[in-house]
Design a protein around this ligand. Sequence first.
Ligand code: SF4
Ligand code: MG
Length: 336
Amino acid sequence: MSPLLEVSGLAKHYPVKKGVIVQKQVGTVRAVDGVSFHVNRGETLALVGESGCGKSTTARLVLRLIEPSAGTIRFEGKDVTKVEGGAMRLLRRRMQIVFQDPYASLNPRLTVGDAIAEPMVVHNIGDNASRRAKVHELLRLVGLAPFHAERYPHEFSGGQRQRIGIARALSVEPDLVVCDEPVSALDVSIQAQVVNLMKDLQARLGLSYLFIAHDLAVVKHMADRIAVMYLGAVMEIGDKGALFANPRHPYTRALLAAIPHPDPARRGRVTPLGGDVPSPMAVPPGCRFHTRCPFAQARCKQEVPELREITPGQRVACHFAETLPDPGLDYTGGLT
Ligand code: SF4
Ligand code: MG
């Protein structure tokens, strides 16, 4: 069976212009720069990386909230970038988003019931009575009592608002839910509750998640597979177990080694990465990670490493993925 979502060579480049009357293009921001991955039915693929690495732009491209500069996005084998009109409306219904900020993503003037029902209205699903019944069912599904439908967003906590955001996304019965840092604005004590709810809903409804995060503790709990992004490209992608047990890309290793382990004897001895992430207007040639990679060699500055399968289910964009020294670290950083 083909994957639910298949993204190939996806890119988003923005021209940078200067001048008031006569505008001249002075550069290009390569926000997303040739990204490929797939999401199978019923699974969670996490996109991780530091802020500015292109995760959110990738999410917006997948949902076609913005148009790609290059590449294809296939949903059930159909190229989403070529779909228009009514067919696109149908596709939109099947892909929904849960936003990072549960405070900003709900209209303060709509009751919670109206906010949850809104996507059903937009997609012409049901009548008032059936939508009302569905809202009550959705509220129960996310662990809130149906009477909350008459209240307003400001009457709820952050965690409750994110439950409402999830109910809203589920109101049109999507197959894929793109989650853009859905718990990073919440208190740590609340994060686990929302993550557990999302996992429970996935199992019950057979949902697929494209789960965007920078917190590896959350990702370890949530993901089936993980794609590590750096400066607009995927550096490593693989099953969660393999990636945590045996990360192959130097950048993945650095990210994982940065998680503090509660036992000092097992803490990473990998030196933290030097330097800053280069600007997406000046992506280094060859391996885009070479300016910060402790293993960089002459070849790395010229030749772009392709994302190659190193072991079944694990692909790595590094010329030397097979021969890099194994630092023998416990990369789990105490994450359970
Ligand atoms: Fe480092 Fe070279 Fe591998 Fe890039 S290709 S990650 S610079 S060793
Ligand atoms: Mg973001």
